[in-house]
Design a protein around this ligand. Structure first.
Ligand SMILES: [Zn+2]
Length: 324
């Protein structure tokens, strides 16, 4: 393996998303982190060579982890034993977990903090069972995970979701990194006038212009955008207040739906892309069944391999090995 000191090194220039980064490059304290480029490729500061061809990161999506047998009505949960088996497979294959800061470096092609074979493990919703049952296994394997929180539900649905005390304790452990999933926008809303029985069609809150029953009309696009922006602002502000060291870097779109499917306004998906691109280094959806590993320079929408009750440990291993 070539060593950094033996190679011609050139400092990687800083990217504009300085809020997502820390550290400095060369003598410019405002520039990005130190990284070097050689004829052999990109070389992290720790001396491990990561060739451009290998700079791809698999991203996994979990929701719940139940202690033993999961309820059939909960297809988004897997048993703790299977989660343990999956982490053992990830270990066996030589992957090393990273958090949002390292993943942001990777996306912006500043891989100086990346371990060999990086992998990003994510959890959506901030479920208490996922934290309680996954955390001991992550600890046993020396692994870490990013958790996307629904900030309004932390208090409103206490018990089902992690508490703020849980979030602070998990952050202090160094194993968990918290990012935003939504504030109150992880819901469906009425999106059209009610029928004769009084029931209205419903759509995901970020993806549709809601029905305003008192005014007997749908929101304008401006009203929809103000509602979504407020939700993102409040959630981000709460995380800043409650989570020590929080920096908004990644976002998981509620239900993986930003209006790219069914909606009552075809422009919503474009407005959402613009809004999320300017707030986060990257944002995730969850609908792709067999996604590729993620690649640098492709910021914005990223896909994840969703592990739900129908995914076995063998299926996860097949995905990880077939996309390497
Ligand atoms: Zn969710």
């Amino acid at each position: 393996m070539p060593r950094v000191s033996a190679l011609r090194a050139v400092c990687i220039f800083a990217f504009s998303v300085t809020a997502a980064m820390s550290g400095g490059c060369g003598e410019d304290p405002n520039a990005g982190p130190t990284g070097v480029v050689t004829e052999d490729g990109l070389v992290p500061a720790n001396g491990d060579v990561t060739s451009p061809a290998s700079l791809r990161v698999p991203v996994l999506l979990f929701h719940g982890v139940c202690p033993a047998t999961c309820r059939e009505s909960d297809p988004y949960a897997i048993p703790q034993l299977r989660f343990h088996e999956m982490m053992a497979v990830i270990d066996k294959l030589g992957f090393h977990t990273i958090l949002s800061e390292e993943y942001s470096y990777f996306l912006l092609r500043q891989p100086n903090h990346l371990p060999r074979k990086p992998i990003l493990i994510t959890f959506d919703d901030g479920r208490a069972d996922a934290y309680e049952n996954a955390d001991p296994i992550l600890e046993r394997h020396g692994m870490r995970a990013v958790s996307f929180l629904i900030t309004a539900d932390i208090v409103a649905k206490r018990g089902y979701y992690m508490s703020w005390d849980d979030v602070r304790a998990a952050t202090a452990s160094g194993r968990w990194d918290f990012q935003l999933h939504a504030h109150a926008g992880h819901v469906t809303l009425p999106v059209g006038s009610p029928d004769a029985s009084g029931s209205s069609p419903e759509g995901h809150a970020y993806a549709w212009r809601a029905w305003l029953s008192k005014e007997d009309r749908n929101e304008t696009r401006g009203e929809w955008l103000a509602r979504v922006r407020t939700d993102l602002d409040v959630g981000t502000s709460l995380l800043r207040l409650r989570v020590p060291g929080f920096v908004p870097r990644l976002f998981a779109v509620p239900f993986g739906d930003y209006g790219e499917y069914a909606t009552n306004d075809g422009e919503i998906k474009n407005d959402m892309r613009y809004e999320l691109d300017h707030r986060f280094v990257a944002w995730f959806t969850q609908e792709k069944k067999d996604p590729d590993f993620t690649v640098p320079f492709k910021r914005a929408e990223q896909h994840r391999f969703e592990v739900n009750s129908s995914i076995s440990t063998d299926m996860l291993e097949t995905w990880l090995t077939s996309h390497e």
